[in-house]
Design a protein around this ligand. Structure first.
Ligand code: ACO
Length: 377
């Protein structure tokens, strides 16, 4: 049967899903039918994770149980800590995270993906342990001791505490939790699809999440948040933005943190993140990167609006993390800590009506060639 070739599978539905939806022309993102702005206003990251995984908001006792389950599975085995200790300290944190998540699968039962209860505990463990791994790596690579999680601290606060051993400003925890909500899920993106391909082979969830982490790392996807901050630092001041944007566009270089396969207007997450920047700056003072970013957005808007290219989720997130003193190469792992909820929601959905992903190709090579002995080539 002949097929149209769609590079990058653009516009090709790869699954039916009830988890999230994007309206790319109106700039709307919903998780299970609820807009992300509303979730940021009223929900928490863990409650949102429950919503994504199980399709509805939990009642009070379900939420307490879920939060307790995640809270009590944050610790990582000393062998995972040992594994992180022997990795090269200059290696990228996404590689350390991917390796540690794959290794988690060696400690916990995950192979029987028909076991519904075990699948629940796999989801709990992955959501609980990713922040501990990221914080442990951030400290161990510079020779500091790993700080174990504290069961008395909520999710976001505990992560910021594990990074520094200091209690974060309450506003930081609030803003960081909202950042996690905004990054938790986003329809059929590259890392979700990568995980679903792996899930369709009935691989265990640790391998599924490790596959997704690999896809998220690239600069065209989650890795863009790191690149944005480098770009803004490179530009330096708002006054230099005009020449820098022009030079980039004339050199056919992309502006990092701009453009999206689905959104043809400003990404709604970028708008919320910009508001979060303002909330943070009102209390902690502004950021020079923010001033540059606003100038870049204005100039890029004039130059790129005809192509429907506007800031995406990665444009303002890094400015927030930078203000909190988090190192740039940890930004994409922070994305993974949140997106693991979406990956797992798609994994569970995929398992309900699994079909092995095995797409077709359009062969463009030759036929009927013959082997040529090496002395005649
Ligand atoms: N800066 C300048 N021009 C751009 C940008 C950008 N950031 N993004 C797209 N364009 C232009 C392209 O040059 C191309 O122009 P042309 O038609 O004149 O050749 C046109 O817009 C279409 O671009 P494609 O890359 O083909 O569009 P696609 O849908 O494949 O790209 C992508 C989406 C990969 C996100 C792209 O916009 C990009 O590379 N952006 C920068 C990286 C980035 O911020 N990634 C994060 C995305 S959000 C996320 O994954 C979490």
């Amino acid at each position: 049967m002949p097929h149209d070739f769609m590079p990058g599978l653009a516009g090709v539905p790869a699954a039916k899903s009830a988890i999230s939806d994007v309206d790319g022309t109106r700039g709307i993102l919903e998780y299970r039918g609820i807009r992300v702005e509303e979730l940021c206003q009223h929900s928490s990251f863990l409650e949102t994770s429950y919503l994504l995984l199980f399709g509805r908001l939990p009642n009070a006792s379900e939420l307490t149980q879920w939060v307790n389950d995640v809270t009590h599975h944050r610790r990582i085995k000393f062998r995972i800590v040992d594994l992180l200790k022997v990795m090269p300290e200059h290696g990228h944190p996404m590689d350390a995270l991917q390796a540690a998540v794959a290794a988690l699968g060696m400690f916990y039962p995950g192979r029987n993906v028909k076991d519904v209860e075990n699948n629940y505990w796999s989801a709990v463990r992955l959501i609980a342990k990713l922040p501990t791994i990221v914080a442990a790596w951030a400290r161990l690579r510079r020779g500091d001791e790993y700080i174990p999680p504290r069961d008395d601290l909520p999710f976001a606060e505990n992560f910021l505490y594990m990074l520094t051993e200091n209690m974060p400003h309450p506003l930081w925890s609030e803003v960081f939790d909202d950042c996690l909500i905004l990054h938790a899920e986003h329809t059929m993106n590259a890392s979700t699809f990568a995980g679903m391909v792996t899930a369709s082979t009935l691989a265990d969830p640790y391998t599924v999440v490790a596959s997704s982490i690999g896809a998220l790392k690239g600069p065209l996807h989650g890795g863009a948040n790191e690149e944005v901050v480098m770009m803004l630092r490179d530009i330096g001041t708002p006054a230099q933005a005009k020449s820098a944007v022009e030079a980039r566009l004339q050199g056919k270089n992309k502006l990092m943190g701009f453009g999206h396969r689905v959104y043809k207007v400003k990404d709604p997450r970028a708008t919320v993140l910009q508001d979060l920047c303002m909330r943070l700056f009102n209390v902690c003072g502004t950021s020079p990167l923010y001033e540059v970013a606003v100038a870049v957005e204005q100039l890029a808007g004039e130059r790129l609006k005809e192509k429907g290219i506007y800031p995406n989720v990665d444009f303002y997130s890094g400015i927030i993390y930078d203000k909190m003193g988090i190192e740039v190469d940890l930004f994409t792992p922070l994305f993974a800590m949140a997106r693991v909820s979406g990956w797992l929601a798609h994994w569970l959905e995929q398992l309900r009506e699994n079909k092995l992903y095995r797409p077709d190709q359009i062969y463009s090579g030759e036929h009927d060639r013959h082997y040529v002995p090496i002395d005649r080539r």
